[in-house]
Write a protein that binds this ligand. Sequence first.
Ligand code: LMR
Length: 332
Amino acid sequence: MHKLILAASVAALALIGPASAQAPIVIKFSHVVAPNTPKGLASEKFKELAEKYTGGKVKVEVYPNSQLYKDKEELEALQLGAVQMLAPSNAKFGPIGVKEFEVFDLPYILSDLKTLRKVTDGPLGAKLLKLLDAKGMTGLAYWDNGFKVMSANKKLITPADYKGLKFRIQSSKVIDAQMRALGVIPQVMAFSEVYQALQTGVVDGQENSWSNIYTQKMHEVQKHITVTNHGYIGYVVVVNKKFWDGIPADIKPQLDKAMQEATAYGNGQSQKENDDALAEIKKSGKSEIITLTPEQDAAMRKAMEPVYKDVAGRVGQTLIDEFLKETRGATN
Ligand code: LMR
């Protein structure tokens, strides 16, 4: 009899007491790209470090490849608290009313990753992150992908080659203006749908980083890729603000440390990820890689120059000037 009572109380304790006291805080991290990309690797690093530094008090579940949500849905899901952490590209904040991040989409605004750091690691980067508070989000970090190139089933060399083509774009109005400056008909589409749209001819072309093109196999359905490096694609790591503010004070510093280190790790190897992806695409022989001469590059730059004026009303001339001051040391 005694034994039975003892067994029953041990079972009850196991069920309620210690188990509920130790239930970890779960962070669902949703993203749209493959695991073997700069963002995929950085999110896995964050998971590893966050779980290690908190001694298992925090569990991070990473959901890659739009498994949980597609582009716009994931930001709405974050606002509702259905997921806790995301890293959408700068180009994707417009639809939730934060259009300022589209400044990163301006053609040729960044010459290299070192210049990018002047913005993301400085006061302007911090000011931009602050804009997210009003949307129920906290911006934690900037993660790199890399520079974008153009692809199609047609050789794209001069601006005239783009005229009349349909291109998939992200939801940024700056990218919309950039494509229109080239005479392209832009079509906003979720990332997970791009491969099929290219394969079936729903769109003729697209722009993205080497890593995204390779991991989505876009090069298998695009005959030509032109090394334009005309724009940058990077991410803002965001969390649901209410959730983040509610994390106990003894756990938060460990998560901050994990995020800082995951950011350094991811940003330290984004270039290599893109270089490797380019090498694999070349090796596959499926897509011709076109390099522009300095004159052809200059013609592309000239064709896209009017975009700065076109979007000044949307992104803000002051913000564009601030950005240029950081990156070029002068205003436009
Ligand atoms: C895209 O939609 O092309 C990118 O934003 C995908 C990504 O997250 O890199």
